[in-house]
Design a protein around this ligand. Structure first.
Ligand SMILES: Cc1cc2nc3c(=O)[nH]c(=O)nc-3n(C[C@H](O)[C@H](O)[C@H](O)COP(=O)(O)O)c2cc1C
Ligand code: SF4
Length: 415
């Protein structure tokens, strides 16, 4: 596959501790251009580029910014979700450590476009080693007048603060993240009110993933050359994918939408260790769905993956080879959700526990048909009645496994 560098084009090209070096390679010219274009034109450009949120929910970024712009308020907030808690997902880390000034520039552009006065970056606890890089980028941007009052003589005032999580997966969910920023226990809340109207500190808030934001400065400077020349229906431009598991060369790769899954796993990630058979591939982390190797020739696009029963989601791809049984994998995935459920609502708290117990019985050969039926019922109830996305998606992997590998769930006897 031909190497593509759109989101990654600044990687290794400047000293990430130096704003003057970032400016040397064209840093902050996207902000200048955004100001020249005006907020509405920037939103229109994002909409035309059909950027889907890269945090997992795949919500249209242009639409989100237009909606945030329309909300009335003089103290809006833009939050960058750098929690990156989804398993197998480590692409935001690459953007933070290799191109921190681009992220800061993106947040300033976002602030300008939606009319925010503050930007918060919420970064997972485990990325504490990257705090100095971001803190330095924020301090230097302030020193050079890109943060603070009257930025670029436009009358626009904007500052950025960095917050760190404390190690909970659920804090990547918008309302839990906001509560954590507010100094409260990081537990999701019911919506409405929606965060676009009442988010952090009850202020109108726009939340975007690191990668979603990072695309923006590049897109503004691209003049529709690279990103918008790769169009596969609703999948436009490029995407960072993180490939992990039993591959020879795990890592983060920038791919043009439309390449075959096989190219990602075999050409970029170096193929399966020891040329073993693939047992399953999980897309989008623990809350994603799984596929067999029958998916290898499917183009990596939002629509083709969905048609094949999985999703792009967080951009994680986990390859599990034949050494691990599907059932053991499901148990491991389930342990994760049992551990990470915040316990606030019954379907998720109890459902995750009971599915864990039934999977353990299955592994020991002690499960009955009634157990399996109960597991299906619990999974369905969880997806329909949990309070937040964690409980709603926790059984995606199990439910896709039930379709693909029905034999695992065939047991004798009924009690
Ligand atoms: C349990 C849970 C964890 C999440 N973790 C993350 C995360 O670590 N990073 C992220 O960007 N989005 C995460 N999300 C999705 C966010 O709620 C939200 O949709 C996203 O940050 C919006 O940004 P985007 O539109 O740019 O994708 C999570 C959602 C749930 C339900
Ligand atoms: S679905 Fe799970 S994580 Fe979400 S609020 Fe309920 S118990 Fe907490």
């Amino acid at each position: 596959m031909e190497k593509i560098e759109f989101l990654t084009k600044n990687f290794g090209k400047y000293d990430v501790k130096s704003i003057s070096d970032y400016k040397r390679i064209g840093g902050f010219t996207a902000l200048e251009k955004a100001v020249e274009m005006g907020a509405e034109s920037v939103c229109a450009l994002l909409a035309e580029a059909k950027i889907r949120g890269r945090g997992g929910a795949e919500y249209d970024v242009g639409r989100k910014w237009s909606q945030a712009r329309e909300v009335v308020g003089d103290n809006k907030i833009i939050i960058c979700n750098a929690d990156e808690g989804e398993t197998t997902t480590f692409k935001d880390r690459e953007l933070i450590k290799n191109d921190p000034f681009n992220l800061i520039e993106a947040m300033i552009i976002a602030g300008y476009v939606i009319g925010a006065t503050e930007g918060f970056i919420y970064m997972r606890a485990e990325y504490a080693c990257y705090r100095p890089i971001l803190l330095n980028a924020i301090a230097e941007a302030k020193e050079y007048g890109y943060l603070g009052d009257n930025i670029l003589n436009t009358g626009f005032n904007f500052n950025i603060k960095l917050y760190s999580g404390a190690g909970a997966y659920v804090c990547g969910e918008g309302t839990a993240l906001i509560r954590s920023i507010e100094g409260k226990a990081g537990r999701p809340r019911m919506k409405p009110p929606f965060i676009k109207q009442s988010g952090a500190f009850a202020r109108p808030t726009c939340l975007n993933n690191v990668e979603s934001l990072s695309i923006v400065p590049h897109l503004i400077l691209d003049d529709k050359k690279v990103y918008m020349s790769n169009v596969h229906d609703i999948s436009v431009g490029t995407k960072l994918v993180s490939v992990a598991g039993n591959v020879n060369n795990p890592g983060v790769f920038e791919i043009p939408f439309g390449v075959a899954v096989r190219e990602i796993i075999y050409d970029l990630a170096g193929g399966v260790q020891g040329n073993r058979k693939i047992s399953l591939i999980q897309f989008g982390g623990a809350s994603g769905k799984i596929a067999t190797d029958a998916i290898l020739d499917t183009p990596y696009t939002y629509q083709d993956l969905r048609a094949a029963g999985v999703m792009v989601g967080s951009g994680g791809i986990l390859v599990i080879d034949e050494r691990t049984s599907v059932l053991d994998f499901l148990r491991m995935n389930q342990d994760f959700f049992h551990e990470e459920s915040c316990g606030q609502c019954t379907p998720c708290r109890e459902g995750n526990l009971h599915i864990k117990i039934i999977l353990e019985k299955l592994a020991k050969g002690e499960a009955t048909q009634k157990d399996v039926e109960m597991m299906k019922k619990i999974a369905r109830v969880m997806s329909m009645s949990s309070l937040c996305g964690l409980g709603e998606t926790a059984q995606n992997t199990l439910m896709s496994a039930m379709k693909l590998f029905p034999e695992i769930f065939e047991v004798g006897g009924d009690d």
